[in-house]
Design a protein around this ligand. Structure first.
Ligand SMILES: Cc1cc2nc3c(=O)[nH]c(=O)nc-3n(C[C@H](O)[C@H](O)[C@H](O)COP(=O)(O)O)c2cc1C
Length: 196
């Protein structure tokens, strides 16, 4: 009798982008924690950190006959290969940070690599935890055809005691890790719904 093969469960590929280039960035720390959660306590997702710091400042003079500089091509390929995006970013002056906007803009050049991706936003910052930038990012996502989960919202005041991060920017607060896990589970469920 022929052996029946069990179909492999789909793995959702998530590209993780930080809007902060700082070495000890809290937001990049959130992404490291998300990667750890994806490996140890959530089945069916795979998160890869995609560094946006090598991207040049957007200048369409750098585009030659529809091709882009090598760092931009490599970045666009990573986004193209992903099902979903996890954005972690502080707000700068109540809005998205320049490096993140730059990455969004490079990805929007033809063909737009963001189209039909699902996404979630997490942030750490001052008083409102970077939350005010979420709506600007969502607005940009309207034109780019990014489908964001609405809830749970995640914005973390990084400076309010007890300490949420250690000196290297690693997330050390267990309650916050639980909230981050809820975001990842919601993103997984939403992505599976859109893909089916
Ligand atoms: C140019 C600039 C503008 C900022 N504007 C805001 C702001 O509007 N709201 C806020 O909560 N924090 C603001 N901050 C503080 C950042 O949220 C804080 O430095 C945060 O730790 C940065 O995130 P990171 O640790 O991931 O680098 C600003 C910081 C910079 C450098």
């Amino acid at each position: 009798m022929a052996a029946t093969s069990i179909p492999a469960k789909p793995i959702i590929k998530i590209a993780a982008l930080s809007g902060s280039l700082r070495k000890g960035s809290f937001n990049t720390g959130l992404l490291r924690s998300a990667i750890e959660l994806s490996k140890n306590s959530i089945e069916g997702i795979e998160i890869e950190y995609v560094d946006i710091s090598p991207l040049p400042f957007l200048n369409t003079d750098l585009e030659v006959q529809g091709t882009y500089p090598p760092a931009v091509e490599a970045f666009r390929k990573k986004i193209q290969e992903a099902d979903s995006i996890l954005f972690a970013s502080p707000e700068y002056n109540f809005s998205v940070t320049p490096p993140l906007k730059n990455a969004l803009d490079w990805g929007s050049r033809p063909p737009n690599v963001w189209g039909d991706k699902t996404a979630a936003i997490v942030s750490a910052g001052g008083g409102f935890g970077g939350g005010r930038s979420h709506y600007h990012l969502r607005q940009i996502g309207v034109f780019l055809d990014i489908h964001f989960i609405n809830k749970p919202e995640f914005y973390l005041n990084a400076f309010q005691p007890p300490a949420k991060f250690d000196a290297e920017g690693n997330l050390v607060d267990e309650a916050t890790k639980e909230k981050l896990k809820e975001v990842l589970l919601a993103l997984k469920a939403f992505t599976l719904r859109l893909k089916s």
